[in-house]
Design a protein around this ligand. Structure first.
Ligand SMILES: NC(=O)c1ccc[n+]([C@@H]2O[C@H](COP(=O)([O-])OP(=O)(O)OC[C@H]3O[C@@H](n4cnc5c(N)ncnc54)[C@H](O)[C@@H]3O)[C@@H](O)[C@H]2O)c1
Length: 277
């Protein structure tokens, strides 16, 4: 038996994180399509990792439970990396909420029941969630703590009609859900945190840059404090720290890694974007 790292969403960001924390462990690679997970497993196997690929749909609790069971056959689950998601250009409102908001919440809940002592989890949220206006204290509490099967019935989620808002609410919920889960994870001796990246060059970001909001994204990147997009490896480095022994005093927290874009959106050159978001 080995310590197990579970990665859900085997895109570039997830792979960058799993590469940093997976050496010497069993790396379970889950994605919506088995061939996507298998392609990632091949890259990992060729680099000396020990992997197992599995299809998982995080919008289904049943599918998540199968993943939990599969992962535990290899040993104690020490790490969960949730880097699965759909972006505003990839899916309609209902699907974004079902995958990004509900699916992530169920994943945290179910792995929170079995995560090993000394373990850690990281959820990839987004800078996009930091662009919503402040929610009420009650809304924050509801997103953080409402039982997962009731989440999608929350009244203020019923009024969302555009995909960007659905994505922003989902990503805000990821951050709040992590905060809500810090207590049960802590009782098992584990930490859980979220990372909110700015634009990171991956196939998902490339879809966005080609989509209806592409021109806006390019202009935003040029005018941002860093003046560029980020790379999956930069997100991987941050996640590695959070999941390492040096990160044990950090839990229930969110980390923006966006080259200063959010700060500029609220207080700097990117304030012009407020009119469009
Ligand atoms: N790339 C960026 O600029 C950026 C910025 C901020 C946040 N993010 C977030 O990072 C995460 C990873 O994105 P990425 O850029 O690596 O994209 P990606 O498309 O390469 O990876 C996302 C993966 O999630 C999988 N997936 C989609 N729906 C799923 C489901 N229902 N069940 C299981 N897997 C599913 C996809 O098949 C894909 O492999 C996403 O949550 C995204 O919202 C990305």
């Amino acid at each position: 038996m080995k310590d197990v790292v579970v990665l859900v969403g085997t895109g570039s960001i997830g792979q960058a994180i799993a590469r940093r924390v997976g050496a010497g462990k069993k790396v379970v690679l889950g994605d919506l399509k088995l061939d996507t997970a298998q392609s990632a497993a091949k890259i990992f196997d060729d680099a000396g990792f020990d992997t197992s690929a599995i299809a998982v749909d995080i919008s289904s609790r049943e599918s998540i439970l199968k993943l939990v069971e599969h992962a535990q056959t290899f040993g104690a689950v020490k790490n969960l990396i949730c880097a699965a998601g759909v972006s505003p250009s990839q899916a309609p409102v209902e699907k974004i909420l079902r995958v990004d908001l509900y699916g992530t919440a169920v994943l945290l809940e179910e792995f929170g029941k079995i995560i090993a002592d000394g373990g850690s989890g990281v959820v990839i949220s987004s800078q996009s969630g930091h662009r919503l206006d402040a929610l009420t204290e009650e809304q924050n509490f509801q997103l953080a703590t409402t039982p997962t099967e009731e989440l999608l019935k929350l009244p203020f989620l019923q009024t969302i009609t555009d995909t960007l808002k659905a994505y922003q609410y989902s990503k805000r919920c990821n951050v709040l859900r992590v905060a809500g889960q810090a207590t049960p994870w802590g009782k098992r001796g584990a930490t859980v945190n979220s990372i909110s990246p700015g634009i990171i060059i991956t196939p998902l970001a490339a879809d966005e840059l080609k989509g209806v909001r592409g021109d806006g994204y390019r202009k935003m990147l040029q005018a941002s404090p860093a003046g560029r997009a980020g790379t999956p490896d930069e997100v991987g480095d941050l996640a590695e720290f959070l999941m390492s022994s040096r990160g044990r005093f950090i839990s229930g927290a969110d980390f923006l890694i966006d080259g200063g874009t959010t700060a500029s959106y609220w207080f700097g050159d990117l304030q012009y974007l407020k009119a469009t978001h």
